[in-house]
Design a binder for this molecule. Sequence first.
Ligand SMILES: Nc1nc2c(ncn2[C@@H]2O[C@H](COP(=O)(O)OP(=O)(O)OP(=O)(O)O)[C@@H](O)[C@H]2O)c(=O)[nH]1
Ligand SMILES: [Mg+2]
Length: 437
Amino acid sequence: MSSQEKPRPERALLVAVAPDNRSRWDVVDSLAELAALAETAGGEVVEKILQIRQKPDPRSFVGRGKLAYLKAVASQLDIDLVIFDNPLTPTQLRFIAEGLNRRTIDRTALILDIFALHARSGEAKTQVELAQLEYRYTRLTGWGRELSRLGGRSGALGGRAVGIGTRGPGETKLEVDRRRIQERISRLKKELDHIERERDTQRKRRKRLLTVTMAGYTNAGKSTLLNALAAEHTTVSSHLFSTLDSTTRVVELEENIPMLLTDTVGFIKNLPTQLVASFRATLQEISEADVVLHVADASDRHLDQKIEVVERHLVELGADQIPRVLVLNKSDLLFDEAVAEKLSRRYEEAILVSALHSHGLEGLHRRISELVAGILVELEVRIPHSYPEWEHRFYEAGDVLERIEEPESVTLKVRGYRALLEGLDKEFRSLLASADN
Ligand SMILES: Nc1nc2c(ncn2[C@@H]2O[C@H](COP(=O)(O)OP(=O)(O)OP(=O)(O)O)[C@@H](O)[C@H]2O)c(=O)[nH]1
Ligand SMILES: [Mg+2]
């Protein structure tokens, strides 16, 4: 056949509409982020177009004149796929796709696609499929046929069966009727419930260990920092959203104080709500941590905004009350001393590190130890042999450092959570006291 046989990346045209010239999150940069996302999804960004338009057109989103212009650009540049930075309604998406005769998706669909590409564990895959189905469910009426027709176009060109924005549940699956999709959605929800319950049991079992959880914008270096701290291997990549499953490592913070380090999925501006909902269980890890390490890329021009985005997500997750350390990562990329100084003035409490070069980690260790000091306690408890279940309960509640067997009783030296151990100790003492009376 022709030279078209060799698969080539899908050629993408990016479009953003800004309401005015001085939008807060600079739309040009938002487009740059969209481009990084498109490339992560395997696309080739051929052109970016920005329109300033106070009120989006209800049907075509961009103005009609602009739509004609986009059509000309798309055919001139041999575009396969048009990606809008703004969220579009199903009607707008359909109208634009028909007008341009090109597959058209928005930022949400693109992010969902990347999640589908990167999901590894059964749980992550289920979460992504659920989010995609819910996103597409509302877009389904009379749309499935459109999708496959336009999808077929790129197939004819590149010989590919799948394209950006279509991965995850297959097209055929999307063409089945809404009732079947509803059934699938409730099945996935049940599956996730089940996985969540299992996770809960696991979590309870390990609750005696401190949990330090990474949180942060995608690509900030969370996985790299986890590796550096754990000196163990987890997947690290330059792609966005490389971590979808929470990875946990046991490390020693100090002698005999083991703690769990947990990695989580990265946040991003306008994280699709369907994803936040499906990844609730994974993100829940953050709200149950003892310490949250908010990892940010210090070399990012949009450091402030990205920190804000993450902080907002933390509030939504109910994690804003948890002791938190702001870790300004990638210090090796700050070539100017003045920049580093300015950062330390702006974020006084932050700790500057380079996860890649293992710089500044001692300071981070120290800060975590300080935060954790008040959480742990060591106590001794004497348990008469007539209360064997209490020995079991103390074993469950903490780390038994020493066990001294005596004729009448056993004495345990336990280390663990202050709140848990002291509460248990108090309960046991009052039980003994009432038994004495
Ligand atoms: N120069 C430099 N690069 C770093 C540093 N830490 C991480 N990186 C790079 O930044 C990229 C992203 O790192 P990851 O650790 O995958 O980031 P992440 O926050 O886990 O990303 P997601 O899981 O996708 O949200 C990789 O290319 C890393 O090599 C650092 O201290 N210095
Ligand atoms: Mg990661």
